[in-house]
Design a protein around this ligand. Structure first.
Ligand code: PCA
Length: 323
């Protein structure tokens, strides 16, 4: 019922009272809280489009999985229930392996490498999404991923049997490889899962650590800088194609600006959130050499498994990245 209502408002071209122009209204479901840097960027993106089009295209950002849950957003955009949306690419790895390239541990571990990986991934990503009736507007990396625990750890053996919160197929696979118990919980439900003891550890960014107040339950953060997964903002192609040329141009310009702004914000947020974790009593530590070596091995296994499944397209992306 709720969805039908939304698609109706979306389709309606409402003539603004007393003015001559037609206004288009779009919904943008997002999975992370309003205060998260990705969501703030979405809000700016929407405002930029509003300004550039003189109010002709109005985008409503629905934060924190309030309209669709994280794993449903892609299908909602594809099916036109939402005209655009923000997705975490590695969440869709099982659909097509290349969506998960930036979720693999120790392939691209810095912002510079992450940008290089994005450049290698982008052409095939755009092609695949186009086949699905989707336009890629922009993508921005999360800060590097580290390990949150209750107790200090010095090797992966210390994580054996632990209830490990996963957010993607790859983070669940890590749990399997280290002998932890994977439980998939998206960011919007993370605080609750932690408070009720459903999970007791995870691998994510400082940003999500602060968003979900992980310091209230977990005491250690190991800054492994293992990978930088990307959020992508995507649009339904038919909805995009229905816009007039100046509006399309305004969307693409706002998207390019949002991409630049987002990557800069991510780097900054990486620093500020790690400081916030510390200020809230968390120990932010480098991984021990043993932990690092153990995780490297996990990364090697996962890359091998991934390349087997991803086929020539996957190999092309990795080769392009390493060039
Ligand atoms: N935060 C998201 C995905 C990656 C990240 O840093 C999460 O934990 O769900």
């Amino acid at each position: 019922m709720k969805r039908r209502l939304f698609s109706l408002t979306a389709l309606a071209l409402t003539v603004a009272a007393g003015s001559a122009f037609a206004q288009t209204k779009w919904d943008l479901p997002a999975a992370y809280p309003a205060t998260n840097f990705h969501t703030q960027n979405l809000t700016e993106f929407a405002n930029d489009i509003d300004k550039a089009t003189g109010g002709k295209l109005k985008i409503t950002v629905h934060a924190n999985a309030s309209l669709f849950k994280a794993p449903e957003i892609k299908r909602a955009v594809q099916g036109g229930q939402a005209q655009l949306g923000e997705i975490l690419l590695p969440n869709f790895q099982n659909e097509w392996q290349v969506f998960g390239t930036d979720g693999l541990p120790f392939v691209a571990t810095s912002y510079a490498e992450s940008k290089k990986l994005y450049a290698a991934q982008k052409p095939v990503l755009e092609k695949k999404l186009a086949e699905q009736g989707i336009v890629l507007l922009y993508a921005v990396a999360w800060p590097p991923q580290g390990i949150y625990t209750k107790k200090p750890i010095s090797s992966v053996a210390d994580l054996k049997g632990i209830k490990w919160r996963a957010y993607s197929p790859a983070t669940a696979r890590i749990a399997e490889l280290i002998g932890a118990q994977p439980v998939t919980v998206q960011a919007a439900e993370f605080s609750q899962a932690l408070a009720t003891g459903v999970v007791e550890s995870t691998m994510t960014s400082g940003a999500t650590g602060v968003d979900s107040k992980l310091f209230e339950h977990l005491k250690y953060y190991y800054d492994t800088q293992a990978w930088l997964p990307k959020n992508a903002v995507i649009a339904n192609k038919a909805a995009f194609d229905a816009l007039d040329a100046p509006t399309k141009a305004a969307v693409m310009k706002a998207a390019a600006d949002a991409e630049t702004r987002g990557w800069t914000a991510s780097e900054k947020v990486n620093e500020t959130t790690l400081a916030t974790l510390k200020a809230n009593g968390m120990q932010v530590l480098p991984p021990s050499p043993q932990l690092k070596a153990d995780l490297q091995k996990v990364g090697e296994t996962m890359l091998k498994e991934w390349l087997e499944k991803a086929g020539p397209e996957g190999k092309m992306v990795i080769d392009g990245f390493k060039k």
